[in-house]
Design a protein around this ligand. Structure first.
Ligand code: UD1
Ligand code: MG
Length: 451
């Protein structure tokens, strides 16, 4: 049994450099708010409590992290002050013992493996604090990790503004992620003062405080890329690029072929089965599950939908929320499906809108068929039976029920109920006048010649 774990996520900053109406941590990476990436990483470690420190007026953020409790830090007096805003949760952690990790809500790339390594480092040395560091290409702006050359222990973290010239040359930097012995954390945080260049309560002072109390501290290193914190739209795009590469690698490891991985965009929760082939330029929004042996052709866009095994999608298909595509069904070019079940083997191959509908197994929906599901006020349902054939350019004015095996003649506008195996046709009668075209041309030529 591993020891109990509490996780505190700091997210009180607005992130002014984002120039946004949203709190910074609500900006999305791979379709999911950054703060939820951080929480989900904590969840993979089976934390007994994960809580978020938020700023004032951040109701949307509170909702996004629910049911995890939030604590409000009213004044931003520093990272140690922010953690203490969650004091009731810290007290709980102190009672149960084990580990307490602090994460930043704007750093979405830390992995479960890394966090596990940090916990192990703290436990192995029975340390008060373990810090996740990295070798920075450019250490400017980061807290520097000072390591004792004899013991290898971490002796202090010095913030950039407090560094002397020698310390400024240290490139081993604080990522911000720290793991505490839960039993010590309140005493350490409450002993931290704010007598420094910024007048802030620095969480990083926890190291020096712990050592005065006789505790050990250590630092381990992680790849700099994982520590990326997002402060600007550019860094948001950088985090997205790194995350996309990870997600692409994951779906390929699980047996999907991406013909051109860099042109396929995935969401954090995208699930692709074995032997799925994805052609270039496909976008997966959140909530997509794709079964085995599905082919998704170029330029398709999918979100909140399910595609069963052996289905064939695209090119240029749009699967919107609630699209449920059955086994071996075919959805072709310029077809939009929303909140509709397309059962096994059914085909909607060209230029259609299918919304709020069921298409029965093996039904064939002709080119240009439109379900007219909305009357400006309410949405209505279209039900098409198994094996039905809908002729091209038909308008189905919902509510519509078309029985199994019925045929709708091309160009019809259908409303109401069509019986199974019936033919229904809604067209003006065809008129044919033999020879009329030739007579017309002769007359017109003569007229033109006179002028
Ligand atoms: C912090 C670390 C620094 C580390 C760097 C890594 C401290 C004192 N310094 O510096 O050693 O190298 O991160 O990026 O911790 N926050 C609150 N309330 C506050 C202050 C901050 O919630 O009162 C949150 C911020 O929203 C942010 C995180 O804590 O998510 C870090 O704060 P920030 O001001 O960015 O710290 P840095 O100066 O970057
Ligand atoms: Mg920062």
């Amino acid at each position: 049994m591993s020891r109990p774990l509490s996780v505190v996520v700091l997210a009180a900053g607005m992130g002014t450099r984002m120039k946004s109406d949203l709190p910074k941590v609500m900006h999305k990476v791979a379709g999911k708010p950054m703060v939820n990436h951080v929480i989900d990483a904590a969840e993979t470690l089976a934390a007994q409590q994960t809580l978020v420190v938020v700023g004032p007026d951040m109701d949307a953020l509170k909702a996004a992290v629910a049911p995890h409790p939030t604590f409000e830090q009213t004044d931003r007096l520093g990272t140690a002050h922010a953690v203490l805003a969650a004091k009731p949760a810290l007290e709980k952690a102190q009672e149960t013992g084990g580990n307490m990790i602090v994460l930043y809500g704007d750093s979405p790339l830390f992995t479960r493996t890394t966090l596990q390594r940090l916990i192990a480092a703290r436990e192995d040395g029975d340390c008060s604090v373990a810090v996740l560091g990295f070798r920075a290409l450019d250490p400017t702006g980061y807290g520097r990790l000072v390591i004792d050359s004899v013991s290898g222990d971490l002796t202090e973290i010095v913030e950039e503004k407090e560094c002397d010239e020698a310390q400024k040359r240290i490139n081993f930097c604080n990522s911000g992620v720290m793991c505490f012995a839960a039993r010590d954390v309140i005493a350490i945080l409450e002993a931290i003062g704010n007598d420094n260049a910024k007048g802030e309560y620095y969480l990083t002072d926890a190291v020096a405080v712990a050592r005065t109390c006789g505790g050990r501290c250590v630092a381990i290193a992680v790849d700099e890329q994982e520590t990326l914190g997002v402060n600007s739209r550019q860094q948001l795009a950088d985090a997205e690029a790194i995350m996309q590469d990870r997600l692409r690698a994951r779906v390929m490891e699980n047996g999907a072929t991406l013909i051109d991985p860099t042109s396929v965009f995935l969401s954090a929760d995208t699930r692709l089965g074995r032997d799925v082939v994805v052609e270039p330029h496909v976008v997966f929004g959140p909530g997509v599950v794709v079964g085995d042996h599905v082919k998704i052709k170029a330029f398709s866009h999918l979100e909140s939908c399910v595609v069963a095994a052996n289905a064939d999608i695209g090119p240029y298909a749009r699967l919107r929320p609630g699209a449920d595509i059955g086994p071996a069904a075919r959805i072709g070019n310029f077809v939009e499906i929303k909140n509709a079940v397309v059962e096994a083997g059914a085909k909607v191959n060209h230029l259609s809108y299918i919304g709020d509908a069921r298409i029965g197994a093996d039904a064939n929906i002709g080119a240009g068929t439109i379900t007219c599901n909305y009357n400006g006020f309410l949405k209505s349902h279209t039900d098409i039976g198994a094996g039905a054939f809908i002729g091209s350019n038909s308008a189905l004015v919902a509510p519509v029920t078309i029985g199994d095996g019925a045929i709708v003649a091309a160009g019809s506008t259908i409303s109401g109920v069509v019986a199974s195996d019936a033919l229904v046709m809604e067209r003006a009668p065809q008129i044919e006048k033999p020879g009329w075209a030739a007579r017309f041309r002769a007359k017109m030529k003569a007229l033109k010649a006179k002028k």
